[in-house]
Write a protein that binds this ligand. Sequence first.
Ligand code: PLP
Length: 379
Amino acid sequence: MDLSARLAEQQAGGLTRQHRLVEGPQQRRLQVKGRELINFSSNDYLGLANDPAVRQAFIEGADQYGVGAGAAHLITGHTRAHHELEGALAEFTGRDRALLFSTGYMANLGVLSALTDRHDVVYQDRLNHASLIDAGLLSRADARRYKHVDVDDLQRQVDDRQGIIATDGVFSMEGDIAPLRALAAIAQPRGLMLMVDEAHGLGVLGESGQGSAAMAGLGQEEVPLLMGTLGKALGTYGAFVAGSETVIESLIQFARSYVYTTAPPAAIACATLASLEIVQGEPERRERLFDNIRYFQELAGQLGIQAGNHQTPIQPVRFADIDTLMQAQQGLEAQGLLVSAIRPPTVPAPMLRITLSSEHQRQDIEQLFAALETALNDD
Ligand SMILES: Cc1ncc(COP(=O)(O)O)c(C=O)c1O
């Protein structure tokens, strides 16, 4: 393959991806290139990534266990801290058992390839996260996609084969919520397993932050495969799958992305235990987050800006083309606001992905809309 030609093509299409060098912790204001920017780009929805109690648990965890896990979970990498976190996550999500994975990407790969074979089929929402889509393609199952949140399209595709229906609970770019009850109603009578990726629901939705499945009133029977990530609202790193004994034991035996990789550091498990306690014990964080979401929606409505829905912290604002999107993003950055520009192929059409957190102040959101109005009028 001609790599240089491919890179040139990426650049010509305005699609080159670049790092941004951040100088300090994830928080409401980020230090970037010597400037302080209001952060509307991260998934730290509850402000836990740099919370003092979570940081302290991490430090104490490192004092007790050191830094590296040293080996895979099934060799010597699985500590009491990992074990306790798995128990706490199972209890939190109302599942029999939970299993930690090093990342959400690896959890999704593990589930779809370990729990299906070539006779099975995996149905996925077309806008599922890349890790689920890749997982479907890497599994030996027949990988099918249905139109975004279109239950009728799924219904038309299902046949009598066994397999999995997999969906993001909250879609990572659109910020909308999957029709989980309708998906469960298709899956259950056919013996298909419904898998919900709670990367953006965990900590945010449901009474105590158990996620979108809990908010829809669905337990282990209706959603036998629940995946959650720890690097977003929980503010740490890694992921887990929660489900029945049989599901978890199958993952331990057969999920290659679990078996053949170093366990995450025990100190991360210690920090996550602390953040899980905060998620359950400080509902005021979710209240502040939802106040901010409501305020965002109100200001968007006043300015006639079409954004996301009122139920999640992910708010897409769409643009006609990549050039105007990039100009708007740079304009916002010049005014001290950090917002992610998301381009195809990550999303079907160019958009700003604005994420809100419990830590934003009303004036941050006002500043964002003042700058957005200018950017959209220059469009
Ligand atoms: C919906 C969804 N699933 C899975 C992942 C992957 O999780 P991780 O970052 O832990 O690999 C992400 C984001 O990264 C996501 O948005």
